[in-house]
Ligand binder design. Structure first.
Ligand SMILES: NC(=O)c1ccc[n+]([C@@H]2O[C@H](COP(=O)([O-])OP(=O)(O)OC[C@H]3O[C@@H](n4cnc5c(N)ncnc54)[C@H](O)[C@@H]3O)[C@@H](O)[C@H]2O)c1
Length: 438
């Protein structure tokens, strides 16, 4: 344990948050931060802004806000940048996304209009349902990465940023399995020169970020930075990374409820999840190849939490089905149904039904903020490579090779808070508590 904590460089100067994709999630995030800075809204849903952390014994009554405990960047020091395949400003994109009321968008018009996306690295081979004009040209994938690196450098200079963080909040790409071109930095770079189809646009952004020393979070289920070549590059260049796929709506509910059922040793026969959503994300996921990427990410959660191999009488062969249906009238207001078939004492069957009428981007926006602030903190604390303590935010948390991910949201939260205590040189909390009874 780091008794004195890690040495953390102070958060002086501006932090640039570069968003890949300026769609529903990104514009809701930017608008939210702008509204909070104007004092018009509270950062609801954000652990960094609203959460507290207990320090020491329960009798000490020390529970500061996380933002007062860890040296996070101040919201007033954040500047935004973005890339998108459509040239629309954040103002137009927010209106198109239809998440926020028109009046809320109008109130922030000036700030949102000033955020215009840079040209994207994109190919329709990876997102079949989209086609845009604001796209870079390059003779190979390495040249495209170099153009992104130039964008990153220019943005940093023009905006006078001390530090940067990049968050992927662009569309879900088609499913790609890890293969030999993803194994080492050398073969990965050669594959970029060769325009190998196994190098997706998201990997080109991730590569450009790491080469520029910029932390990278992956909010979508794409493989992206979860490959040995890029985790190795992150280690080598001292850059923290994390992913994949923001844990919002239905999977958030799953990782809240499943640990509770398991805690009480209640059995599970099946869990059927279906969603309707009508935003651009829903349209992209209507393509079977993009849906497969999402499905893999959503399905892994229950197996890991319930551990059927450890509890065969309770969880062996439970049926788990996930469906997403594109249904335009609902826009970003997703409705997710879960039909959960459980069994208890003597095998008697019971059912739980959930109908979550959620707002996808309202749930995702605070996650973008927290991830950007925590990744920036991690980098200033000298942490590099995969940041497993940020699993809390993801459906398919990235881990060290060979390690299964921790999906239980309560374990994830403990891990996150203990990591903050460790960084700051505070005692870790085990919840043993025997000393209160001595
Ligand atoms: N909202 C949630 O709750 C949630 C949860 C988990 C994951 N996600 C993921 O986050 C991502 C963003 O979701 P959204 O609702 O904002 O989607 P969206 O369709 O509104 O926005 C995505 C944007 O990315 C742009 N884009 C696509 N490919 C690009 C590229 N190569 N470079 C730059 N821009 C590109 C699109 O033009 C679009 O504007 C999706 O992959 C989604 O699956 C969202």
């Amino acid at each position: 344990m780091a008794e004195k904590g890690l040495e953390i460089t102070p958060a002086n100067g501006k932090l640039g948050i570069l968003l890949v994709g300026l769609g529903a999630v990104s514009t809701t995030f930017v608008a939210g931060v702008e509204a909070i800075r104007k004092g018009k809204a509270a950062a609801i849903g954000s652990l960094t802004q609203m959460g507290t952390i207990r320090l020491g014994k329960r009798t000490e009554n020390r529970s500061p806000h996380i933002k007062d405990f860890a040296p996070l960047a101040d919201l007033n020091d954040i500047v935004f940048g973005a890339w998108d395949i459509f040239p629309d400003s954040a103002y137009e994109a927010a209106l198109h996304a239809g998440v926020l009321e028109k009046s809320d968008v109008e109130n922030l018009r000036e700030q949102l209009e000033s955020l215009k996306p840079m040209a994207a690295v994109f190919s329709q081979n990876y997102v079949k349902r989209l086609n845009g004009t604001n796209v870079k040209d390059g003779k190979n994938k390495m040249e495209l990465a170099e153009q992104l690196m130039a964008d990153i450098q220019r943005f940093k200079e023009e905006k006078g940023c001390e530090r940067l963080v990049i968050v992927w909040a662009a569309s879900t790409e088609i499913f790609l399995a890890p293969s030999e071109v993803h194994n080492t930095i050398e073969v990965f770079e050669k594959a970029m020169y060769d325009n190998d189809e196994r190098i997706a646009p998201s990997m080109i952004y991730a590569y450009a970020a790491l080469k520029s020393g910029v932390p990278f979070a992956n909010g979508a289920p794409n493989l992206t930075i979860d490959i040995p070549a890029l985790t190795e590059l992150a280690e080598k260049n001292n850059v923290p990374i994390c992913g994949k796929d923001f844990k919002t709506g239905q999977t958030l509910m799953k990782t809240i409820i499943a640990p509770g059922l398991k805690a009480r040793m209640l059995g599970l026969e099946g869990w059927y999840s279906t969603n309707i959503l009508g935003n651009r994300d829903g349209e992209v996921l209507d393509d079977p190849e993009s849906f497969k990427t999402k499905e893999e990410s959503k399905l892994s959660v229950l197996e890991h939490i319930l551990q059927p191999e450890v509890y065969p009488e309770l969880y062996k062969d439970f049926s788990h089905v996930v469906r997403i249906n594109y249904y335009p009238p609902r826009g970003d207001n997703k409705e997710g149904w879960d039909a959960i078939d459980i069994f208890g004492w003597l095998g008697y069957k019971m059912q739980i039904k959930i109908d979550f009428m959620c707002r996808d981007s309202i749930l995702a926006a605070p996650l973008v903020l927290d991830l950007a602030l925590f990744l920036d903190l991690a980098q200033r604390a000298g942490m590099k490579g995969v940041q497993e303590w940020l699993s809390f935010y993801f459906k398919a948390p990235q881990t060290a090779e060979g390690l299964y991910p921790e999906h239980d949201i309560f374990i994830q939260l403990k891990k996150l808070k203990n990591t903050l205590r460790y960084m700051m040189g505070e005692e870790l909390i085990t919840h043993l508590g025997l000393e209160y009874y001595d």
